[in-house]
Design a protein around this ligand. Structure first.
Ligand SMILES: NC(=O)c1ccc[n+]([C@@H]2O[C@H](COP(=O)([O-])OP(=O)(O)OC[C@H]3O[C@@H](n4cnc5c(N)ncnc54)[C@H](OP(=O)(O)O)[C@@H]3O)[C@@H](O)[C@H]2O)c1
Length: 243
């Protein structure tokens, strides 16, 4: 089995690569921008799990390179996990459309650009699993991060459409909706301990979703119920809350 992790320097992405190497004996392509980090991670994972790990340069927002990036993969992947993303800064994004675009281009346009290339190949082969990491932030806009949330909402809708298109071709698409995760993205934030997952816990949920062919998962599981409550709050009340 060959696994491609897009945004493999993400803490969740690396934890997922390690878990699939251990449990599935998967050979892994680790694709991201910071090659120094990737090379260290690839060496570590290959030695630890006795699998093949290949570091690759990939920039989600350099759309014109995506087709060639995929064409150049010697062995095509069976599973792709899309992990890259940026949280950005909400206030900056409100004032500066170029930062807003950076958030949308990385989290959404970059995802659709590379996934369309991969989807075409998986569709032809009638085989493959695409796992996209979105966010519960995309389920309802909040003042603290609605530009990131809008990008993730678009990503979730996109993944739903992709699943609908590819299901008839034997290709499975999983949407992952994490709540808080303790990673470099949330470094320095005051997150509620009991509601915050580790990257390893998220990786375990992703692996379980892969095995059970789930369509949409919340990670950790309790976010399903938290979001049911949050989404159920009438807009007249919701707009008065400072969330
Ligand atoms: N952390 C959370 O609380 C949380 C909650 C909900 C959803 N999520 C989502 O879960 C996913 C993983 O998050 P994480 O917390 O593990 O992230 P992370 O540790 O902050 O890592 C994100 C990675 O994205 C990569 N990246 C950013 N822009 C890129 C680009 N243009 N091209 C290629 N790679 C790029 C970076 O790779 P390089 O270092 O190589 O540049 C970075 O290492 C993200 O999609 C995130 O939005 C996270």
């Amino acid at each position: 089995m060959n696994l491609l992790i897009l945004g493999a320097n993400s803490d969740v992405g690396y934890a997922t690569a390690r878990l699939f190497a251990e449990r599935e004996r998967a050979n892994v392509y680790l694709a991201s921008r910071n090659m120094d980090l990737l090379e260290k991670k690839a060496t570590d994972i290959a030695i630890r799990h006795q699998i093949k790990a290949t570091p690759l340069f990939f920039d989600a927002t350099d759309y014109d390179t995506h087709q060639l990036f995929y064409t150049n993969l010697e062995i095509k992947p069976d599973i792709v996990v899309l992990c890259f993303g940026i949280l950005g800064n909400q206030e900056d994004a409100q004032k500066n459309v170029s930062h807003a675009r950076e958030v949308i281009d990385t989290n959404f346009t970059g995802a659709l650009s590379i996934l369309e290339v991969i989807a075409e190949d998986f569709e032809k082969r009638g085989h493959g699993v695409i796992i996209g990491i979105s966010s519960v932030a995309g389920l309802r806009g909040r003042q603290s991060n609605y530009i990131y949330g809008a990008a993730k909402g678009a990503l979730s809708t996109y993944l739903s459409g992709l699943r609908n298109r590819l299901a008839k071709r034997g290709v499975h698409v999983v949407t992952v909706l994490p709540g808080f995760i303790n990673t470099k993205m949330t470094d320095g934030m005051d997150l509620p301990e009991k509601l915050t997952a580790t990257p390893d816990q998220v990786a375990l949920d992703i692996h379980k979703a892969f095995q059970k062919k789930k369509n949409i998962i919340y990670t950790r599981w309790f976010w399903k119920w938290i979001m049911l409550i949050i989404r159920g709050i009438p807009e007249t009340i919701f707009k008065r809350l400072s969330l």
